[in-house]
Design a protein around this ligand. Structure first.
Ligand SMILES: [Zn+2]
Length: 489
């Protein structure tokens, strides 16, 4: 199942008609939403949200409806890239969590929920993480409201000035929302800690930008926020699981490229404002940010963010990267076009086998009908999985399973067939394994299974089961530009 998609809408003053975000400059009142794609669809739904009016004045929460809990945060000093400090305009020290208040909204959000979200913010170090990345500090408090139903979400959105229609659609399909210093997190749309880490850090990126930068193009704003959301998610997930997710998101954009629908980075805002997005622009923005980080280093983003505090977007980009946004967009798009044509190059797989179980590891490559197998052996091993499905490994060969009669061009499988008795509870394991989605030359971990001899099957969500762990999967063609971009995350 796909994780939530991220989509942006940008927001204009109801009093002023704007042709683009660069023309508005008052109190950073951008509104951001993430749209949740409920289906397993490979293409993100964009939600078609019309521009929101700019609410007047401060968000007004109903005081008695909001149970507040002030957490006493330990000041956190995230590591600062000392080489980059000289370039910062004014913020080498990251801000800490004490500026962020987490509050419950609605009787279905408990003190335990507030404590849990607070503990994730601390564990991930979201505030300091964002501050270090942007080279910008939060200077005024931000409030994170937790809601647990779309009705509470819609009610709170309306109370802070969002129109009824937009509150309704946002409450149904977004997994996070920021207006100025007010953040709303629907717990029902963020089921796992990794989801929460992603959305909280994404929204805090917007809040930090709102406090420091009066005007920023949507692609930079969302690119930074999505990058940081994934950055936080990565800190809580097994590597192969995280990389499976990011490959899936990258494939979405590569398929847009293949269908010739890609919109230039700077051309997206009118479509966003008009609610006519045809795909999830945020993912393209994220890859653009990854591309910049790959080329110029992560500290270049702090230089860009600081330049944006006192230069317009085009000047800030030019002074940071020495080229225009248009020139960057051209070469970025060319790299996506190369990546979209990437054939299968095979993959280098690293596994760790903790327990002494005998048996075989079966590999079924994309579009292959014949398995290739090596013997199960404890320890850490690398296996080169060639594009024709063959294996190169120091592990002994083993008998392959019977060929499949329906080769799958978009899947690859690694499974374990034990020959010694392996049980979970009282059930004996027949086999277990993992599926990788294969598109655009990318091996994206999806999920796994355990088959029992009694016919039952258990789902596995991580790239690990019964002491067998896939610790790394790297495509063999390292010249694929999308791999370089993803390695920036
Ligand atoms: Zn966003």
């Amino acid at each position: 199942m796909r994780k939530a998609a991220h989509t942006a809408i940008a927001i204009v003053s109801s009093a002023v008609v704007l042709s683009g975000l660069s023309s508005f400059s008052t109190f950073g009142a951008n509104v951001f939403k993430h749209s949740q794609s409920a289906a397993v669809s490979r293409v993100h739904t964009s939600g078609d949200i019309a521009p929101l009016p700019l609410p007047a004045g401060r968000p007004a929460g109903s005081a008695d409806a909001i149970a507040s809990l002030d957490h006493s945060a330990q000041p956190q000093r995230a590591k600062v890239d000392t080489a980059a400090q000289a370039h910062y305009a004014y913020s080498p020290y990251p801000s800490n969590l004490s500026l962020v208040k987490v509050k419950a909204y609605g009787s279905d959000v408990t003190t335990a929920d507030v404590n849990h979200v607070t503990s994730i913010l601390k564990e991930v170090g979201s505030v300091g993480r964002v501050s270090s990345f942007l080279g910008l500090r939060m200077s005024t408090p931000a409030t994170i409201y937790l809601v647990r139903s779309s009705s509470s979400y819609a009610k709170l959105l309306k109370s802070i000035g969002v129109s009824k229609g937009d509150a309704q659609s946002l409450s149904e399909d977004s997994n996070g929302f920021t207006l100025g210093n007010t953040i709303i997190i629907p717990l029902n749309q963020n089921p796992s800690d990794a989801d929460l880490a992603n959305t909280l850090t994404h929204e805090l990126t917007h809040a930090t930008i709102n406090q420091n930068i009066s005007s920023i193009p949507s692609w930079m704003n969302e690119g930074m926020a999505v990058y940081m959301g994934f950055n936080a998610q990565k800190s809580l997930e097994p590597l192969v699981q995280f990389e499976g997710d990011e490959r899936e998101y990258a494939e979405d954009i590569l398929q847009v490229v293949q269908s010739n629908q890609l919109v230039p980075l700077t051309g997206d805002e009118s479509a966003i404002l008009a609610g006519t997005e045809t795909y999830d622009y945020e993912l393209q923005d994220w890859l653009a940010m990854c591309n910049l980080i790959h080329q110029f280093g992560i500290s270049s983003i702090a230089r860009l963010a600081n330049a944006l505090t006192h230069e317009n977007a085009d000047q800030a980009f030019q002074s940071t990267f020495g080229e225009s946004v248009a020139a960057f967009n051209t070469q970025f798009t060319k790299q996506l076009e190369v990546a979209a044509k990437e054939p299968n190059s095979g993959a280098l797989v690293t596994i760790n086998v903790a327990s002494h179980v005998s048996g075989s590891i079966q590999f079924l490559g994309p579009d292959q009908s014949h398995y290739q197998a090596v013997a199960l052996q404890s320890g850490t091993h690398q296996i080169k999985w060639n594009k024709n499905g063959s294996l190169v490994s120091s592990l002994a060969g083993a008998a392959a399973e019977k060929p499949t009669d329906s080769p799958d061009p978009t899947s690859a499988y690694i499974s374990v067939v034990p020959t010694t008795k392996l049980t979970v509870g009282k059930k004996q394991v027949h086999d277990f394994g993992f599926r990788f989605d294969f598109e655009n030359g990318l091996y994206a971990f999806q999920s796994g299974w355990i088959d029992f001899t009694n016919g039952q099957v258990t789902d596995v969500t991580q790239p690990s089961a019964l002491g067998f762990t896939i610790t790394n999967v790297t495509e063999l063609d390292t010249s694929n530009p999308i791999i370089s971009m993803l390695n920036a995350e």
